[in-house]
Design a protein around this ligand. Structure first.
Ligand code: SF4
Length: 330
């Protein structure tokens, strides 16, 4: 049984009379103790997708279609749950850590108190027990001298330590799923490695499943079991990590991998995908990558290909792959 089964989610934004498809018919499953990385450039729809699953999309955004079954179909569809039911799940069964802890932590409340919040809401215990648990969590995530630092404010911590506090808050109720939205983007490389190691350790200890949003394929190589590649709200390719890195098929995935240090063809400089992710009001007709794809054919500019299973567990959206045409750059 999948821990999370997301089916055909569409989240659109309605602005100035326009329909903007931020997430467009996305499906995936997530298993216990596995990490699904959702990758793509900024603007690909990764964050809106996870916010949709948490039912945290604000006006003018709206989830207009889809289902998200947590713990099987009998437990119910998150997207149809009433807010009161969702509040029992958010922070308890499914928790989230964000890219920028400073904008998420309350600058005026001691960090220990902020860690206690979810415990008060979701778990039973006396004030003393909850305080003890908060300090244990601080120690678990590598904050030295937790007793002394319990009363400190967020600004008294470094960026890496603040991210550890966010992680302590997120794991406080031992969630079954941890969603990490670009958790290390704001950190320098050494701190990033420490935070990723910490997440791996916590996952193994708690058997959590993780959804990891990132544009960093080095992080994906290190952390993920399965990967979804998103572009302009659509999944372009989906596969177990090894298959994806060994045999990427969609030109967008290939482009992302070639941008990784040491993976591209160019010597001494990094490759780049030319151009930018278009605004949702400006998605091209046909394949959404067609205005940047070095392999685009006439058909690509006319019709959007389906996401198809082209090998066991390997799904690709691309006319070249579907029609068996070899990759030859235009
Ligand atoms: Fe490129 Fe065409 Fe494949 Fe889209 S369908 S990724 S434009 S080759």
């Amino acid at each position: 049984m999948s821990l999370l089964n997301v089916k055909n989610i569409k989240t659109y934004f309605f602005l100035d009379g326009e329909e903007l498809p931020a997430v467009d018919d996305v499906s995936f499953t997530l298993e216990q103790n596995r990490t699904l990385a959702i990758i793509g450039e900024s603007g690909s729809g990764k964050s809106v997708l996870v916010l949709s699953i948490m039912k945290l999309v604000d006006h003018p955004g709206e989830i207009i279609q889809g289902e998200a079954y947590f713990m099987g179909e009998t437990e119910g569809d998150l997207l149809r749950m009433k807010e009161k039911e969702m509040q029992k799940i958010r922070g308890n069964e499914i928790a989230m850590i964000y890219q920028d802890p400073m904008s998420t932590l309350n600058p005026l409340i001691p960090v220990g108190k902020q860690i206690e919040e979810a415990l008060y809401i979701h778990k039973k215990g006396s004030k003393k027990e909850i305080r003890k648990k908060a300090m244990e969590l601080m120690t678990d995530v590598g904050i030295p001298d937790a007793k002394k630092r319990y009363g400190d404010l967020p600004r008294q911590f470094s960026g890496g330590m603040r991210q550890r506090i966010m992680i302590a808050m997120a794991i406080s109720c031992a969630p079954k799923i941890l969603i990490a939205d670009e958790p290390t983007t704001a950190l320098d490389v050494t701190i990033q490695a420490e935070i990723l190691d910490l997440l791996k350790k916590l996952q193994n200890e708690n058997q959590m499943a993780m959804i990891l949003n990132t544009h960093d394929l080095g992080v994906v190589e290190d952390m993920a079991h399965d990967v979804c590649v998103m572009y302009c709200g659509k999944i372009m390719e989906k596969a177990p990590k090894e298959k994806l890195f060994l045999n990427p098929m969609n030109p967008y995935t290939i482009g992302l991998i070639e941008c990784m240090p040491g993976k591209g063809e160019a010597k001494g400089r990094l490759n780049a995908i030319e151009g930018y992710v278009p605004h949702p009001s400006d998605f091209p007709k046909g394949c959404r990558f067609s205005n940047r794809c070095p392999y685009a054919m006439d058909k690509c500019h006319e019709t959007l290909p389906e996401l198809k299973e082209v090998a066991p567990e390997h799904h690709v959206r691309c006319w070249l792959v579907e029609d068996g045409i070899p990759l030859i750059r235009n």
